[in-house]
Design a protein around this ligand. Structure first.
Ligand code: SAM
Length: 266
């Protein structure tokens, strides 16, 4: 058996464990759990959030990559029939096998938070909502407004598919070991109906990536290999502005046009 107190935090797994009971309670309260919810916790670690969540729901699946922590959790909580512990990588997790209306929660490993969010978006159809602790700076990017420095690829891809709410900040002292930066809690709720009609997800990704590839340049420049200046104007968008000044609806217009161009060229 592995003693949880002897477990050395592993940097490569982004391990910063919550140890402040008031903070842990506050996070679990804000999830607003109902008994019949099916919760998936990513990165349960030593179970700080897990134990409180288990007091409130009938079904909890946890996904942990670190085998030693899986062993700690199994010793501590393995007898609880409501809990299923998966030793797995959340980045390759197939959420559809868990069913529908899933509530995903976690104090996410910061080193993989962006790819993990993109991965989870591919499963949005079976997700009711997600409540995550992330680096504050990442939450600011997710919730950014057009025209700000934080507004970028992460903003567009998440706000197109989800309602996003930044809830509160958590200081480094709530963790052991303490991270160097502040953390924040964000709620992401996938939209039942998309904000704007999009013909093709891949085209949106391509446009957003190209538009933000060089933030200081105008979209006339960053998009020139894929959409002409004349076409950008035709869509009612000024070619001389930068990506950070486009609304999400503009990105969707550009993506739909780009998709049409691809179809026409077949
Ligand atoms: N939930 C615990 C807490 O709040 O104290 C631990 C949070 S710690 C920031 C992140 C956790 O995610 C660690 O337990 C780490 O081992 C786990 N983790 C890291 N990468 C992972 C991955 N790819 N898939 C699943 N779990 C992962």
């Amino acid at each position: 058996m592995i003693n949880p107190d002897k477990h050395r935090a592993r940097k490569r797994f982004g391990q910063n464990f919550l140890h402040d009971p008031a903070v842990i309670q506050r996070i679990v309260d804000v999830i607003n759990l109902q008994q019949n919810n099916h919760v998936i916790e990513i990165g349960p670690g030593k179970g700080a959030l897990t134990k409180l969540i288990l007091e409130r729901v009938d079904k909890l699946d946890v996904v942990e990559i670190d085998r030693d922590l899986v062993s700690v959790l199994t010793t501590d909580l393995g007898n609880d029939k409501r809990l299923t512990i998966h030793e797995a990588d959340a980045l390759t997790l197939d959420l559809s096998k868990f069913g529908q209306d899933l509530r995903i929660v976690g104090n996410l490993p910061y080193n993989i938070s962006t790819p993990l969010l993109f991965h989870l978006l591919t499963h949005k159809a079976c997700i009711k909502d997600m409540l995550f602790m992330l680096q504050k700076e990442v939450v600011n990017r997710i919730c950014a407004e057009p025209g700000s420095k934080q507004y970028g690829r992460l903003t567009i891809m998440l706000q197109y598919y989800c309602d996003v709410d930044s809830l509160f900040i958590i200081k480094p002292g709530a963790f052991s070991p303490s991270p160097k930066v502040d953390s924040a809690i964000v709620r992401l709720t996938p939209l039942a109906k998309p904000r704007y009609e999009l013909s093709d997800n891949e085209s949106l990704k391509i446009i957003v990536r190209a538009a933000f590839s060089q933030r200081r340049k105008t979209i006339r420049n960053t998009l020139k290999k894929i959409i002409s200046e004349a076409d950008i104007k035709e869509l009612g968008i000024a070619p001389e502005i930068r990506a950070e000044n486009l609304e999400i609806s503009d990105f969707v217009k550009l993506a739909n046009h780009y998709h049409q161009l691809k179809i026409n060229s077949l």
